[in-house]
Design a protein around this ligand. Structure first.
Ligand SMILES: Nc1ncnc2c1ncn2[C@@H]1O[C@H](COP(=O)(O)OP(=O)(O)OP(=O)(O)O)[C@@H](O)[C@H]1O
Ligand SMILES: [Mg+2]
Length: 338
């Protein structure tokens, strides 16, 4: 069944995530501890096509990393399917998972944590080449390491023998990206790749990802809590709220004419973006907290924070459906529909 948001496009998806649900057990309270089951991902459905950059945005705890880890085959799901070029990813182990990782790689938020502090840049990248591609010829591996570093706009002579702590934050993230590209993957899952960097480096890393995408015809799932990065980077955007996708569409359309009140709220509270989205409510509203939604067991999870809510929102959970051409939202009272 085609998903509502890509009606009319026609090109084959590289990745199809269908009805993905992931639950965790969590205990709460220090005196009377109660066990909660949280739905970190709740019936998440989306596609990524070849050479497409898609952003997955949402505030902390909304389930972005859970979705990315599931796509990577690192997180078991309680329901749903993840298909890469038509083949199921969930449940893969051993060599089948390694074969998949040749095509799909992840870049993590903290390059310091994800790089082995006791290994030089050369060892880090060559190990990745060896493990993922099976290449054994040391000269070929060394040449590949140098090519990758140059592609990352790093000077191989300067960084090859350095250890992670001897690099700047931006250089570390470039090494991390080089390592992820060691097997020439087709899909990159970038989980908050610029969060730990200073302002100048943030833009440089985003530019580098854009260049790599266009040169290598990569598909990228950019996980970010920052709508501004999503805007400069991606053609399409997926907005997540407490495990559910609440709005999906072309980035520019979602930013200029959001259907979901949550997206309106984030746009109003992001000064850089507010210029482009006229605040309709006088003074807007302070960004209330996601915690207000955590205890909602019935109806729409966003309802406690929503100024458009009506009685149906308290009783019936809205499904993600198309509200305007190619643009879906999970809302009973969508905004900007003519
Ligand atoms: N291994 C785990 N065990 C228990 N709960 C978990 C686990 N991983 C994630 N969670 C919970 O699942 C929910 C979603 O977490 P996740 O890390 O996917 O969110 P996120 O959107 O990536 O947040 P952030 O922006 O802070 O990285 C949170 O409530 C989190 O506490
Ligand atoms: Mg995360």
């Amino acid at each position: 069944m085609p998903t509502p948001y890509d009606a009319g496009t026609g090109s084959n998806p590289l990745l199809s995530v269908n009805d993905l649900s992931v639950t965790f057990r969590k205990s709460r309270g220090s005196i009377r501890r109660t066990q909660l089951t949280i739905k970190a991902a709740d019936r998440v459905t989306f596609e990524i096509r070849e050479s497409e950059i898609v952003s997955l945005v949402g505030e902390s705890g909304s389930g972005k990393t859970t979705v990315a880890r599931s796509v990577m085959g690192l997180q078991a799901a309680s329901q749903g399917s993840i298909r890469y070029r038509g083949a199921e990813v969930l449940g893969r182990k051993g060599s089948s998972l390694r074969d998949y990782w040749r095509e799909v790689q992840m870049i993590y938020q903290d390059p310091f944590e994800s790089l082995d502090p006791g290994r030089s840049v050369q060892t880090i990248i060559s190990t990745s080449i060896r493990n993922l591609t099976g290449e054994r010829d040391n000269d070929a591996i060394r040449r590949k390491v140098i090519t990758l570093l140059e592609e990352m706009e790093l000077d191989p002579a300067d960084v090859l023998n350095k250890y992670p702590h001897q690099l700047s934050g931006g250089q570390r993230q470039r090494v991390n990206i080089a390592r992820a590209l060691a097997s020439d993957p087709k899909l990159i899952l970038a989980d908050e790749p610029i969060t730990m960097l200073d302002a100048a480096q943030k833009m440089n890393i985003l530019r580098l990802l854009r260049r790599l995408q266009s040169k290598r015809r990569l598909s990228i799932l950019l996980v970010t809590h920052d709508l501004a990065s999503a805007r400069v980077m991606s053609q399409r955007i997926l907005v997540m709220y407490l495990g559910r996708l609440v709005e999906v569409g072309a980035t520019e359309t979602v930013m200029s004419r959001p259907h979901h009140p949550y997206v309106e709220l984030i746009l109003q509270s992001t000064p850089r973006l507010r210029r482009n989205y006229e605040v309709q409510a006088e003074g807007g509203r302070a960004l209330s907290s996601i915690e207000q939604s955590e205890d909602v067991t019935k109806g729409c999870a966003f309802q406690p924070r929503c100024r458009y809510s009506t009685s149906i929102c308290q009783t019936t959970e809205p499904e993600l459906t198309e509200k305007s051409s190619g643009h879906s939202a999970a809302c009973h009272n969508p905004l900007n529909v003519s």
